[in-house]
Design a protein around this ligand. Structure first.
Ligand code: N01
Length: 539
């Protein structure tokens, strides 16, 4: 099964982030040859590209890390409760070195096509450097949030200052001293970066189209008690983490119902969770993600906090989200976001009152005014979940295009494979918990399932494995069925592709819960890869 001549491998892996690095390590463990192709000049994926000021993870550091190597866990010490982007990038570089991965990683190379050859049961990939690679397996480790949303504001090209997209930030950073800065967008990237930019710049004007719910991180050094507990009970904590719905011990769902609690007790519950910070609040009651009235009690609690923190009541009201349930868009986790609007050098422009018309040579023009700026920061998000897959011309049986087949929304079996695309694996693909889970946990589970599957196929001298259309149809139906009664379809979120003009409105991740999903994947494998067809021709 080994094919080691130049350009020919057992597996080609696209992307050198959390997913690709571990995938390479696992496939090597099976004795297979594999090579990663990565567009960046370094490893790290999300943490390579997103270098904007204030970038940090929103899951506690010890939980947002690999669990597959106890030695790695022993030797790596996280310094902050929520690790910063530089620390996460150091960690992923350490992983690449520690497991000797770099010799099979080709940087500054973008895979542009991947076509399945039915005659040989192999994939042929081509790169933007003109190389051609063949491999039996193709693993798309391309990330869920890796393709920037298209920033096509009229007049953008005429702006005479500097402009940056948060998710392709310059490696040497940006000096904001003395600058008037316009920030467009108020999602997680903006909410993390605005307080840091405001501390340095002369003036920051924030252009907000939709306000977001944000909860304080209460970041600081890693809590010594938590650290000691993880050291002493790591295997148990990791097991518990995998048994949760979101792959994290931070979100422990309450068992009682919000509307059955008294207002005083509810307030105390929300306050306690606000004091913990981050996603804890969303676990407050069992009904917060299925009952909009229950959800509104949590939303109102956060709106109350915004009104308490922001001194100008008009600004506070503009910052208070009212058009979608809390949690139906990913909650932001911040350090001093709302308080930043109390600074003299920060102002808020509400694009619901005055629409953004154009970028001018000197700033941003709305229907009401011209706002002068020396620097514009676009914090406008991503073409999530399907964007990176759509960037590669992927063709399966009969030359069918993945992108064309997904015109009405992505269709997968378990978010792992696609009918008609044999031996093509997606790490955290649409239809899996992915972005609704601690990504580190979701990625490990997928990589391990994929390598087990490849090992199983190889051990039987099989040529190809692929999802059956029937299993895929049933899974897509189930993914929709579990999302439908929740709050998630009620927001114009990137989970639904609603942030990208023209993208079909389909809820892409699986909301049935990580542990349930993991059990399902294990059961499928234990039943001889139920729902998959295997060709016995090893060629
Ligand atoms: O992107 P977003 P993000 N004119 O899509 C606005 C992860 N992440 O990069 O809501 C004006 O959330 C848009 O407005 P609206 C995390 O999963 C994690 O901030 O569409 N505004 C919105 O305000 C997160 O959810 C961390 O009306 C426009 C903003 O731009 C995900 O990445 C940190 C516009 C985009 O917000 C995405 O976050 C950062 C237009 N034409 C990111 N187009 C952690 O904490 C868009 N907007 C780990």
């Amino acid at each position: 099964m080994n094919g080691t001549e130049q350009g020919s491998y057992d597996a080609v892996i696209v992307g050198a982030g959390f997913s690709g690095l571990y995938m390479l390590h696992k496939l090597r463990g099976l004795g297979l040859s594999a090579r990663i192709y990565e567009a960046g000049t370094g490893v790290g994926g999300t943490w390579y590209w997103n270098r904007y000021p204030g970038a940090r993870v929103d899951i506690e550091s010890q939980e947002y890390s690999y669990s597959f190597s106890p030695e790695l866990e022993d030797e790596w010490v996280w310094s902050e409760r929520y690790a910063t982007q530089p620390e996460l990038l150091r960690y992923l570089n350490h992983v690449a070195d520690r497991f000797d991965l770099r010799r099979d990683i080709q940087l500054e190379t973008r895979v542009v096509t991947a076509h399945f050859n039915e005659g040989t049961n192999r994939w042929t990939a081509t790169t933007d450097r003109g190389e051609t690679i063949t491999a039996r397996y193709c693993v798309m480790a391309t990330g869920c949030l890796s393709v920037p949303n298209d920033a096509s504001f009229p007049g953008m090209e005429t702006f005479q200052g500097k402009s940056w997209h948060t998710n392709s930030w310059p490696r040497d950073g940006v000096d904001f001293k003395g600058q008037r800065v316009a920030v467009i967008g108020t999602g997680s990237s903006a909410i993390q970066s605005i307080p840091v930019i405001a501390a340095e710049a002369d003036h920051v004007t924030v252009f907000q189209r939709t306000p977001n719910f944000s909860i304080p991180a209460h970041n600081g050094p890693v809590d010594a008690e938590i650290s000691a507990d993880w050291k002493a009970n790591r295997a148990q904590r990791r097991k518990e983490q995998r048994e949760t719905g979101f792959g994290s011990l931070m979100i422990t769902p309450g068992e009682t119902l919000a509307l059955e609690d008294t207002p005083e007790s509810r307030q105390a519950n929300y306050q306690a969770r606000w004091d913990v910070g981050g996603f804890a609040l969303l676990g407050g009651y069992a009904d917060l993600i299925v009952d909009t009235d229950a959800n509104d009690t949590a939303a109102e609690f956060v709106r109350g906090k915004i009104r308490e923190i922001v001194k100008d009541p008009v600004v506070a009201e503009k910052l208070a989200p009212k058009s979608f349930p809390i949690g139906s868009k990913r909650i932001c986790v911040d350090t001093g976001y709302y308080d930043t609007f109390n600074r003299d050098n920060v102002s808020l422009v509400d694009l619901r009152d005055e629409a953004l018309e154009a970028i001018t040579t000197t700033g941003v023009r709305t229907t009401a005014a011209n706002y002068e700026a020396d620097t514009i920061v676009y914090a406008i998000g991503f073409d999530a979940m399907t964007g990176a897959l759509g960037k590669v011309d992927i063709r399966g049986r009969g030359g069918e295009s993945l992108k064309a087949g997904w015109e009405d929304g992505p269709r997968t079996y378990l978010g792992l494979m696609v009918a008609g695309f044999p031996n093509l694996f997606l790490v955290t693909g649409p239809g899996s918990p992915s972005v609704l889970c601690n990504m580190a946990v979701a990625i490990e589970q997928h990589v391990e399932w994929i390598s087990d599957c490849i090992g199983w196929v190889g051990a039987r001298q099989m040529g190809a494995i692929e999802a059956t259309a029937a299993a895929q149809d049933a899974w897509v139906e189930h993914v929709n069925e579990v999302a439908e009664p929740t709050i998630f379809p009620l927001a114009n979120s990137w989970y639904l592709g609603a942030n990208v003009p023209g993208k079909p409105r389909v809820f892409m991740p699986y909301i049935g819960g990580f542990s349930t999903y993991r059990d399902k994947c294990n059961e499928v494998a234990a039943n001889g890869y139920e729902g998959f067809a295997v060709s016995s021709d090893a060629r």
